[in-house]
Structures are given as C-alpha cells and as structure tokens.
Design a protein around this ligand. Structure first.
Ligand SMILES: [Cu+2]
Length: 275
C-alpha cells in the first residue's frame, strides 16, 4: 500500500488489508535505549501495526511487566513494574484502542548496566482468523555504557535473544538473535520484521498519519525471515530508527478458551546513523 493516500482511501485500505499485508506488533516504547545516566523513563505499551498507523488492537490487559537489571558479574535483580501502569487510550488517525503508559521512576533506572524490560500482555482475539494472539515482548536498555545481561535468555515461554548488543546498533549492522521456546532453539521459525514507520507521539498518545518510508510494494511492508536449524536469525538493518521482530507461534501454549492461540516472541531494537 502506498503511503500518504488521501484519508478516505487510507481508511478503505485499512479495512481491506487488516490481517493480511501488515503484521500485528506489541509495541513497548520509550524514546531512548542508550542512556548516559539514570533518569525517569516514560513508556508506552500498545498493540498496533507499526508500518501503518491506522489499525489498533486491544491487547487484553497486561499479565506481567517487569525489568531485569544487571551489570558485569553482579546478580540479576528483578523489579516488578505493574504498579506503574496506567490505562490510556491510544488514538491513531483511523482507530483507537486501550493501551498503557508507565512513568518508571529514576530509582528503578539509576545504576549503570543493562535493563531488560519484559511485558506479557493478555490475549487478543483476531476475529477474522478466529484465533487468539499473545505477544511476549522485550525491550533492552542500557545506562552508562557498562554492559550486562543483554545476551542472556530471560527464561520466558518464548523469546528472541540478541547476539549483538541491541541498544548499540548502527544503521547497516546485522541484527543477529536466537529464537527460543521454553529455552530451546526453534528451527524454521517465521519471524516478521517491521520498521516503525509512524513514530509514537508520547504527548498525544498517537501515531501520525504520515509515515517516513514509502513502500514500493506490499511485499516490503513486512519483511519475513526464517530461523536456521539452530534457531538463529540475521537481519541487516537498512535504516536508522526502530525495528520490531516477531517470531510467530513459537510459544508453548497453543490454545486459549477452546480456540487456537498464537504465542509470539517480540523484541524491539533501535538503530542509529554513524555521523
Ligand atoms: Cu492487527
């Protein structure tokens, strides 16, 4: 779908392409993942199609939200963050849905090292396909440049574990990672990759109608890669900004309320241009 269509056409497109050309992505977002020093973190959690700002979905609440903090050889510290969640409505130009904000105070993000944020949403029912979806999502942030547990599996039902420092990516780097289900590599996992084409606006809790990338063809909107025999994926990052990776249906739970469940593993990374 071409971007910057007149609003009426865009609305029609959204109605016709939902569930086909664009991928659903849980988004856990804060503007910066490489921090010089500890500070308050303004976060948002929403369920959308990041390549096009129209469609929003109700994630069904949040079951788990926490951060694992670690640096050097120190012990991993787990901090529950559910108490910081606030209900909001995320309103894109053509759709809105319940979402969450969280102002995580500096006392949580104070010391140097890595911060692995984990968010497990509730269940979303995709009516068109008659299936439930649950995307367990990670976002990894660093304070002060001293590395920590970014390459360690969290131990989630399913997850994408980076093999390249996920908060220090240049444009053009290859993002390499391993897809795990219950700690074991998943061979041949289908992984969807999307660019955050409409940057979230934290002041209005919305994404702008205008994207930053023009797609020449629908095939470019959602990139698809497969994990190899040992569960590894590799993706050359072509543009600065935010990139989401979703390994589809790799989680161990396959059913919810008598219906098929797709349990996905999602990770978000940010790439920066060399200047
Ligand atoms: Cu969707």
């Amino acid at each position: 779908m071409k971007k910057r269509l007149i609003p009426f056409l865009t609305a029609v497109c959204v109605l016709t392409v939902v569930g086909s050309a664009f991928a659903h992505f849980m988004v856990m977002y804060t503007p910066e993942v490489a921090l010089h020093s500890g500070s308050d973190l303004d976060m948002r959690v929403l369920f959308t199609h990041p390549a096009e700002a129209g469609h929003m979905m109700d994630m069904g609440g949040i079951e788990e939200f926490y951060v694992l903090t670690q640096r050097g050889d120190s012990k991993v510290k787990k901090t529950d963050l559910k108490g910081y969640l606030k209900d909001i409505e995320w309103a894109n130009p053509h759709a809105k849905a319940p979402a969450f904000s969280a102002m995580i105070p500096k006392k949580v993000v104070r010391s140097m090292g890595d911060y692995v944020f984990v968010m497990k949403p509730g269940h979303y029912f995709e009516k068109e396909e008659g299936v439930y979806m649950q995307q367990i999502t990670k976002l990894i942030l660093n304070v002060g440049g001293v590395p920590g547990n970014w390459a360690d599996p969290v131990g989630l039902p399913c997850e994408i574990v980076p093999l390249i420092k996920p908060y220090g990516l240049w444009t053009g780097n290859v993002f390499k990672a391993q897809v795990l289900s219950e700690g074991k590599p998943v061979a041949g996992a289908e992984v969807e990759v999307e660019f955050m084409n409409h940057m979230p606006d934290l002041s209005t809790n919305s994404m702008p109608a205008e994207g930053t990338v023009e797609y020449p063809h629908d095939a470019f909107v959602t990139q698809t890669i497969y994990s190899d025999a040992n569960g590894y994926i590799a993706f050359g990052i072509p543009k600065a900004g935010w990139w989401g990776f979703a390994a589809l249906g790799v989680g161990p739970e396959k059913e919810y309320k008598g219906k098929e469940l797709g349990q996905d593993a999602v990770i978000w990374v940010k790439a920066v241009d060399m200047k």
